[in-house]
Design a protein around this ligand. Structure first.
Ligand code: C2O
Length: 550
């Protein structure tokens, strides 16, 4: 087994964007952070040294972490935070995953600047299930705030209101030349006539699903979330935060400069959003303009057409094109069947509130829940430590398998009482090896929304999705048990539902949450505790000696 050793120094670094210089938290002074490239089957050993003034943890988004839950990273779930001045070494092996994953801070809103890509190539000596590309190009779509992102979150929690929108979207940390002061802050992707490039597109934005397209070029989708797909072509792709998509493009157009662009899909109705476009430039090496690859030459790149902000049809058409390439091993018999509502909520403003009146709708504050439970993280222990050492009082295992009451989830007349969820640290216990189905149902409480739901420690099959209320009688007939896509994050359609299936073969504590960070902060999460099986290989590894304590 090949092991890759890295050191990540978390530190404050001066970063200039949109005409201003900021002290941003970075890894090794880089924004975005380092790209990790490994082969399927390799081991990663990353020592994270915290030299910043915030607590931090790093999550390896989409890595299955078989039996190595201690390396998963979400703060207070699988570990206590790494305090300023201390360090922790993450050690894990990539098994059976190929394509694009990524890593990001999993603490407060530090992931706004602490993130990078993790490319998993086929095992040494074997090849892609498509012609070898000439080059791999990771494209991290992100969001940039002029303010300190940790302060943006704190203010939103303090006032109970929605956090401010970001000031720019970015590609590989660069806003692109449609934003002020950004003509040099534009990512250039060179290409030769006849070349094929594998774009590894990652939505690392905090709160925004994004459309992405390349002017005049066809996109051939070959994978998503480190799992291969039956190839299909499209003009535009859409990614919720957390999702990745692997796309082949060919240098088959007249040598020129072409924009690659990303813009918001407004996933919530009536919510404010940033209506701006971030761009990178696909630049033919023989384009008459350029040499040197600088963006500040005369020729304006060709602008692509992007769908309009509310084009849910394009989103649906895109997600329904997904078919896994390999034979899917979807569980057909189900041991655990959960129905989970996903919704926002509004809570009373506490009496002693600092700003007196909360700044959510009608003086309330925002909250969010699954099955009407708003998830609260512990602070003295991580959930995994509490589970492993049998420490009582940290969590309960009574997360409800269905919502407390049945209602018209996507209707307009939702009872006021459902707006105010209970708070709790409720987990759901799964026996090792149990076959699990989860119906994820969006609700219209406060507002319907496309929620990117991410499960740690697992990939799951998305066997169906649709609009309205899930109807077990009618909708079960539509399940794809042949070749559904295998993913770690599913965009649950706005005013709709998605059904996922997986086998609980990875012991540990695994959080499932909305990957819109603002929603995690409001409690849109729950966690599974998956018990050890009988054999050694069905049992979690022991905690590493340098595991942080709270
Ligand atoms: Cu990419 Cu829990 O997150």
């Amino acid at each position: 087994v090949k092991a890759h050793h890295h050191e990540f120094i978390i530190q404050a670094t001066k970063v200039k964007r949109l005409c201003e210089t900021h002290n941003s938290i970075t890894v090794n002074g880089m924004f975005p952070g380092p790209t990790l490239v490994v082969n399927n089957g390799d081991t990663l050993v990353v020592k994270v040294v915290n030299r910043a003034r915030y607590n931090v943890t790093i999550h390896w988004h989409g890595v299955r972490q078989m039996r190595t839950g201690w390396a998963d990273g979400p703060e207070f779930v699988t570990q206590c935070p790494i305090r300023p001045g201390s360090s922790y070494t993450y050690r894990f092996t990539i098994q059976g995953q190929e394509g694009t994953l990524w890593w990001h801070a999993h603490s407060s809103w530090l992931r706004a600047t602490v993130y990078g890509s993790l490319l998993v190539l086929p095992p040494a000596g074997s090849s892609y299930p498509f012609p070898n590309p000439h080059r791999n190009v990771p494209l991290l779509l992100g969001e940039w705030w002029d303010a300190n992102p940790v302060d943006v979150l704190r203010k939103s929690i303090r006032t109970g209101g929605a956090p401010s929108n970001s000031d720019a979207y970015t590609i590989n940390g660069q806003p692109g030349d449609l934003y002020k002061c950004s003509s040099r802050d534009t990512t250039i992707v060179p290409i030769n006539v006849g070349e094929t490039i594998l774009l590894r597109v990652i939505n690392s934005a905090l709160n925004q699903p994004l459309f992405f397209t390349v002017a005049n070029h066809k996109l051939t989708v070959v994978g998503a979330d480190a799992s291969y797909l039956k190839p299909f072509t499209t003009n535009v792709i859409v990614l919720g935060p957390g999702q990745t998509t692997d796309v082949l493009i060919k240098g088959d157009q007249p040598p020129n400069r072409y924009y690659m662009a990303a813009r918001a899909y407004q996933s919530a109705q009536n919510a404010p959003f940033g209506n701006t476009t971030t761009t990178a430039v696909l630049q033919y090496k023989t384009a008459p303009c350029c040499g040197g690859g600088s963006a500040k030459n005369g020729i304006k790149p060709v602008m692509p057409l992007l769908p309009s902000y509310n084009d849910t049809n394009t989103v649906t058409r895109f997600s329904q094109s997904f078919r896994s390439l390999r034979r899917a091993e979807v569980p057909t018999v189900i041991d655990e069947n959960l129905f989970v509502t996903i919704g926002l909520g509004l809570d009373n403003c506490p009496k002693n509130f600092r700003s007196r009146r909360c700044q959510g709708p009608n003086g309330t504050r925002f909250t969010a829940s699954m099955n009407n439970v708003s998830f609260a993280l512990p602070s003295n222990y991580s959930l995994l430590q509490a589970h492993h050492h049998g420490i009582p009082g940290v969590f309960t295992t009574d997360f409800p398998a269905k919502p407390p009451v049945k209602f018209d989830y996507t209707g307009n007349n939702i009872s006021r009482s459902l707006y105010q969820p209970d708070r709790g640290t409720k987990l759901y216990k799964l026996k090792y090896g149990s076959r699990v189905q989860i119906v994820l149902q969006d609700t219209g409480i406060v507002t319907p929304e496309n929620h990117p739901i991410h499960l740690h420690g697992y990939d799951f099959y998305i066997v169906a999705e649709g609009f309205g209320n899930f109807n077990p009688k009618k909708d079960t007939a539509k399940f794809n048990l042949e070749d559904p896509p295998l993913r770690n994050t599913v965009g649950v359609p706005v005013n709709g539902w998605a059904v996922i299936r997986f086998v609980a073969d990875n012991p540990g504590v695994w959080i499932m949450h909305c990957h819109l960070d603002v929603h995690i902060s409001w409690g849109l999460a729950m966690a599974f505790v998956v018990e050890n099986g009988k054999g050694v290989l069905q049992t979690m590894e022991q905690p590493p000696p340098d595991l942080p304590v709270c």
